[in-house]
Design a protein around this ligand. Structure first.
Ligand code: ADP
Length: 331
């Protein structure tokens, strides 16, 4: 175990009614690290968090915190905090009481609880709301109060499951910055689950991509985005997969254009056309049935739905051949 390693997940597997949901997931998180766990809905992200937290039992594998095996250790003794999409605060208690709950359960002396709660309320800018009950808070304030409550017992790692899923886009930006600031200030490591690619890439020190219960790729946001390991990871990251002569390539929608006459291209049918902030968006279906997203320059209206167009790409990322495609890649 390296000096900065905090959490080590080895070969973790899980099943629902005999159907595998997680397959041999191995992952490490360093002290203070912010890991974004990304994947589409149903890929097993929540299941993985629940196993780490001790809320469910794995069918195989282990979870270690600072070298200590957590198998058999109940959730409330793991020293791991968890925060879900909808803040689960005690409805009949004030913000202050909610935040004090963890340290009180730990039987800390009253004076210590007092100063801990004060510090947490300060850190999350909640001091003026200390006496309010959850129903008297806005959605964003509730999430901040829930984070304060999660952090108050002093966990070394917190598991955050889509904590901004129910806050609107404007507040979301603010909350992202706030959560990062607070976790850095406390040097608390986090596994942050999101199905939002941009949110994961923006927030993570490192990102991990989970697809169909398998951890397909981990690495820095730039590394994973610029070098997706296979077609499925590339698709999740929003790339189009095109049949280049040397093998499949991942192409960003902005790098696909309509071929002008005389230029080489691949034939495709326009199935939808709509507005996007980057320019006119087209969805086209190629002969092999795959659907690509094309973003045209802002001033181009683009061809109507139903027409046949020739598509070409300017730049793309070559993808692994089928030989190494089934091998998950870790950095
Ligand atoms: P994610 O968090 O990535 O959306 P989940 O971990 O919630 O994915 O779910 C992974 C898979 O496990 C899904 O196929 C889902 O249907 C299944 N699953 C999750 N919870 C249950 C449950 N309580 N009972 C049966 N199947 C479940």
């Amino acid at each position: 175990m390296s000096a900065s390693e905090l959490l080590r997940i080895r070969d973790l597997s899980s099943a629902w009614a005999g159907v595998p949901v997680l397959r041999h997931v191995s992952l490490e998180v360093a002290e203070g690290e912010f890991l974004a766990l990304m994947g589409p809905n149903g890929s097993g992200k929540t299941t993985l968090l629940r196993l780490i937290a001790g809320l469910d039992e794995p069918t195989g594998g282990s979870v270690e915190l600072r070298g200590r095996d957590l198998v058999g250790v109940p959730a409330h003794r793991r020293g791991i905090g968890m925060l879900f999409q909808d803040a689960q605060l005690f409805p009949e208690r004030s913000v202050w009481e909610n935040v004090a709950y963890g340290p009180q359960i730990q039987r800390r002396p009253a004076a210590e609880v007092e100063s801990l709660v004060t510090e947490m309320l300060e850190l999350l800018r909640l001091r003026s709301l200390a006496d309010r009950r959850p129903e008297e808070l806005s959605g964003g304030e509730r999430q901040r109060a829930a984070l304060a409550r999660t952090l108050a017992p002093g966990p070394s790692v917190v598991l955050l499951d889509e904590p901004f899923a129910s806050v609107d886009a404007e507040l979301r930006r603010e909350m992202r910055a706030e959560f990062r600031r607070v976790l850095s200030a406390r040097r608390t490591a986090a596994i942050f689950v999101t199905h939002d690619r941009d949110e994961g890439l923006f927030l993570g020190d490192r990102v991990a991509v989970l697809l169909d219960g398998e951890l397909r790729q981990t690495g820095s946001p730039a590394d994973v985005f610029e070098h997706p390991i296979d077609e499925r990871v590339a698709r999740f990251l929003g790339y189009n997969i095109v049949p280049a002569p040397a093998g499949p390539m991942a192409v960003d929608p902005s790098e696909l254009t309509l071929a002008r006459s005389g230029e080489p291209g691949v034939s495709a049918a326009v199935v939808a056309r709509g507005w996007s902030p980057q320019g006119t968006g087209l969805l086209v279906r190629a002969a092999d049935g795959s659907v690509w997203e094309v973003v045209l320059p802002k001033d181009e209206v683009g061809p109507p739905v139903g027409s046949t167009v020739q598509i070409r790409w300017q730049r793309g990322v070559p993808l692994a051949t089928s030989l190494d495609r089934d091998r998950p890649h870790m950095e």
